[in-house]
Design a protein around this ligand. Structure first.
Ligand code: NOJ
Length: 484
């Protein structure tokens, strides 16, 4: 099942937006495509500008220098799981090309680099023995950032669980809490004198939902019970991880990142809109509230999605408290809007998404709706939690890139950033505590089940030669950020 179908199952959508599908960027004139009518300085001197990537999506070197296999190695090596049966064995070869990539980041005038650590490069079997060469590799990446005046921001967990831990049940086994603590303790003690900015997890809704409920991502498990268990363990581990970072790293800036979408009802006629409002409420609980509210002390959003009440079965004494952790910042990652319709299947949600394709609205190559106002709306929605600091830790789009005389004129991507950034600025000007923005992604990379086809990078990668070319969108950022 494709990720977009998963989103379909979880259902969302907006009825009012019936633009022709190929008019994605008609809301900007040719001129505006390249020239934003705002400047980066309007975001403030302290605003962080960065680009992000994740270990499995870029590193390659999947079994080099002592690295152990992760669930993504295993999953991608099975036939039929990934588009074109591709895998991240070589990915963008960041393992050997990190210096070049950090230099490119600097050339584009970004000051911050977000990358993740591969757990099984450090602990090949998840716990116990440490792989010195893996640790050395991350020291080299961190040092390269620091030498270049780039601030390293580390994500501890971006979905690549060591396979030997999955063999023991992975996130559905409560022992994951001890395994994760060992991993986080080691990394923060090892790198904490050089790195102050840490994110415990990346998008738990995605790796738990896609990996333990729908089987579309590694480790390919299915069913509501594994999903609920894995959800509870991920939420506990996220709070535990936050506490460990704070203990081990002086002056740490601790966060975690969450996928989020503005969710709208499909129908607005008087009979059906009531039903679709219910679908919106359930989707919102699953996609936006489930993983963040426990850390804020609000518990699981059972009021929004009653089927979640079964999660209580997996509680042990003390868990209510253990779920709470006050992050210094939360990372929001917004890619699309969801339009929801009431439905009898699937029963857990009683709702489905009406796809962007069906609604005929602007979308990118992965059929994610391009809906810039959604960025503004999710920032406003999450601001209501009274969070001190929100950082957009990912935002970006994949479009078909064509290399023409050594250049990539990716007008649509430029237009995308232009319009999404405008909405970030609007929310900020209205008082939302947004303090940074990270582009997804620095380079083209391995897009999980979709393989190498969707290209999100500011830097084009030829996956045969690993040659890099800065796209026009990279040049656009270079100019945009030169005004800071
Ligand atoms: C969010 C994930 O964190 C990232 O790994 C992925 O590539 C992007 N979404 C785009 O789908």
């Amino acid at each position: 099942m494709k990720r977009r179908d998963w989103i379909k199952i979880n259902g969302l959508g907006l009825a009012s937006c019936f633009l022709p599908a190929n008019k994605a960027f008609s809301y900007l004139s040719n001129n505006q495509v390249n020239t934003p009518n705002f400047s980066s300085s309007e975001f403030g001197k302290e605003f962080l500008w960065g680009a992000a990537c994740a270990a499995y999506q870029v590193e390659g070197a999947w079994k080099l220098d002592g690295k152990g296999p992760s669930v993504w190695d295993t999953f991608t090596h099975k036939k039929g799981k990934i588009h074109n049966n591709e895998n991240g064995n070589s990915a963008a070869d960041f393992y050997h090309r990190y210096k070049e990539d950090i230099a490119l980041l600097k050339q584009m005038n970004f000051g911050v680099f977000r990358f993740s650590l591969s757990w099984s490069r450090i602990f090949p079997t998840g716990t116990g023995n440490i792989n010195k060469k893996g640790v050395e590799f991350y020291h080299k990446v961190i040092d390269e950032c620091l030498i270049n005046g780039i601030e390293p921001w580390i994500t501890l967990y971006h979905w690549d669980l060591p396979q030997s831990l999955e063999d023991q049940g992975g996130w559905a086994n409560r022992k994951i809490l001890n395994w994760f603590q060992e991993y986080v303790s080691f990394c923060t003690k090892e790198f904490g004198s050089k790195v102050k900015n840490w994110m415990v997890m990346n998008e738990p809704a995605a790796f738990v939902g896609l990996g333990y409920m729908l089987g579309y991502h590694a480790p390919g498990k299915k069913g509501p019970y594994k999903f609920l268990k894995a959800t509870h363990h991920a939420c506990l581990a996220m709070a535990d991880g936050g506490r460990i970072i704070r203990e081990n790293v002086s002056e740490a800036n601790v966060g975690s990142t969450f996928s989020c979408s503005h969710i709208a009802p499909y129908r607005d006629d008087s009979v059906s809109s009531y039903k679709d409002a219910g679908a919106v409420r359930r989707m919102d609980a699953l996609l936006n509230r489930l993983y963040i509210e426990p850390s804020l002390g609000l518990g699981y959003p059972i009021d929004g999605l009653p089927a979640l009440k079964r999660i209580k079965r997996y509680f042990k004494p003390g868990d209510e408290e253990r779920l709470k952790f006050k992050f210094d910042f939360i990372g929001l990652q917004n890619y699309f809007r969801v339009v929801a319709k009431n439905a009898i299947i699937p029963p857990f949600l009683w709702a489905k998404q009406i796809s962007a394709e069906k609604r005929g609205v602007p979308m990118n190559e992965m059929k994610f709706e391009v809906y810039p106002e959604g960025m503004y709306k999710v920032i406003k929605q999450f601001s209501k939690y009274n969070i001190d600091n929100i950082i957009i830790t990912e935002n970006g789009a994949c479009f078909k890139d064509v290399v023409q005389n050594g250049r990539i004129h990716d007008k649509e991507r430029i237009s995308f950033f232009n319009s999404y950034l405008k909405n970030v600025l609007k929310a900020k000007k209205e008082g939302a505590p947004v303090t940074g923005y990270f582009v997804w992604s620095l380079t083209d990379n391995f897009e999980w089940s979709e393989g190498y086809e969707p290209r999100f990078g500011l830097i084009h990668v030829d996956f045969n030669t690993q040659k890099r070319i800065m796209k026009d969108s990279g040049l656009w950022f270079k100019e945009f950020l030169s005004e800071k």
